[in-house]
Write a protein that binds this ligand. Structure first.
Ligand code: GEK
Length: 248
C-alpha cells in the first residue's frame, strides 16, 4: 500500500539564515515543498500514510462519512480513498490553508475514483462532524491550542457512529526527561540523515516552538477516555511520533 501523492520540490525554506524568525505558517511557500518537508522531518510518516488504507478497508461503514482533518496536500485522503471497502462513502477533507487546499484539489483530480471527496477550506474546529465511520487527525491536533483540544476531541466523538474510529497521529512528548532528551537527539539525527543542516533544523525548531505543542501518549489517552472512547491503542510509533486508534 503506497501513497499515490506526487513528490513536491525540495524543502529549502530554512537553509538561509533568517534575520527575523517568524512563527511557522502553512503558506504557499510551505505548500510547494510540503511532501518533501514532512517525509524528511517526520519519522514513520510514509508508513502511516500507506497503512491508513488498512483502516479504510476494515472500518469504513456503508453510506458513512470519512473525515481527513488537516488534509494538507491530500496524502491521507488519497490513501483512504484507494482502500475504502464500503459502498456510498464520502470523504470530507478539511484544511484552513488556502495554498494547501488549492494544491490538494489538483492532486485529487489526478487520480480517478468513484468515491466523492468534499474538499473544504475551513477551520477543523468549525465544521460539522456527522455520520462518521473514520476520522483521521494525521499530525493536526498538535497545531490546535492546548485549551481547545478537549472540545475538538469531544466533537469528533459525538460525530462518530458506534464502532467508528479516530486515527490520531502526533509528535509526542515523554514523561521521563532522559527519554525526552534521547528521542529529541535521535529526531535531530533523523533530520540530518535526510539532508537537513544544523541551521535548518534549529531555525525550523524555533519557528515551530509556539505553534506545534506535543503531549505525552498518556495525556492523549486520558483525553480520549474522558471524551467517551471505549478504547485507545497505540498502533504505530517511530521515535517521537506515534499514532493512536481510538474506538467509539
Ligand atoms: C497528511 N494530515 O499529510 N483547521 C484546519 N486545518 C488546520 C488547522 C485548523 N485549525 N490547524 C492546522 N491545520 C496531513 C499532514 S500537517 C502536519 C498534516 C505537519 C492544517 C495545516 O494547514 C496543515 O496543512 C495541517 O493541518 C498539518 O497526512 O505539518 O506536521
Amino acid at each position: 500500500m503506497k501513497s499515490p501523492l506526487p513528490p513536491t520540490n525540495r524543502d529549502q525554506i530554512y537553509s538561509e539564515e533568517q534575520p527575523m524568525l517568524v512563527d511557522f505558517r502553512f503558506d504557499e511557500r510551505v505548500a510547494k515543498v510540503f511532501s518533501d518537508m514532512i517525509r524528511r522531518s517526520v519519522p514513520g510518516y510514509s508508513e502511516i500514510i500507506s497503512l491508513l488504507g488498512l483502516f479504510a478497508q476494515n472500518y469504513s461503514q456503508p453510506n458513512s462519512n470519512i473525515y481527513d482533518l488537516g488534509c494538507s496536500l491530500g496524502a491521507s485522503t488519497l490513501a483512504l480513498r484507494e482502500h475504502i471497502s464500503a459502498d456510498g462513502c464520502t470523504i470530507v477533507a478539511v484544511d484552513n490553508s488556502e495554498a494547501m487546499i488549492e494544491q490538494c484539489e489538483k492532486n485529487l483530480q489526478q487520480i480517478d475514483s468513484t468515491i466523492k471527496v468534499d474538499l473544504r477550506c475551513a477551520d477543523i474546529q468549525d465544521i460539522e462532524i456527522r455520520n462518521a465511520s473514520i476520522v483521521v487527525l494525521n499530525f493536526t491536533l498538535q497545531f490546535i491550542p492546548l485549551s481547545e483540544r478537549v472540545d475538538l476531541i469531544k466533537h469528533i466523538y459525538n460525530g462518530l457512529l458506534p464502532g467508528g474510529v479516530l486515527i490520531l497521529s502526533e509528535k509526542i512528548a515523554f514523561e521521563k526527561p532522559e527519554e525526552q532528551q534521547q528521542q529529541e537527539a535521535l529526531h535531530i539525527a533523523f533530520k540530518q540523515a535526510n539532508g537537513y543542516s544544523e541551521m535548518e533544523i534549529s531555525q525550523k525548531r524555533a519557528a515551530l516552538e509556539q505553534v506545534l505543542v506535543p503531549e505525552t501518549i498518556m495525556t492523549h489517552q486520558q483525553r480520549l477516555k474522558d471524551a467517551g472512547f471505549a478504547s485507545s491503542n497505540v498502533w504505530f510509533q517511530c521515535l517521537n511520533f506515534a499514532s493512536i486508534v481510538a474506538t467509539k
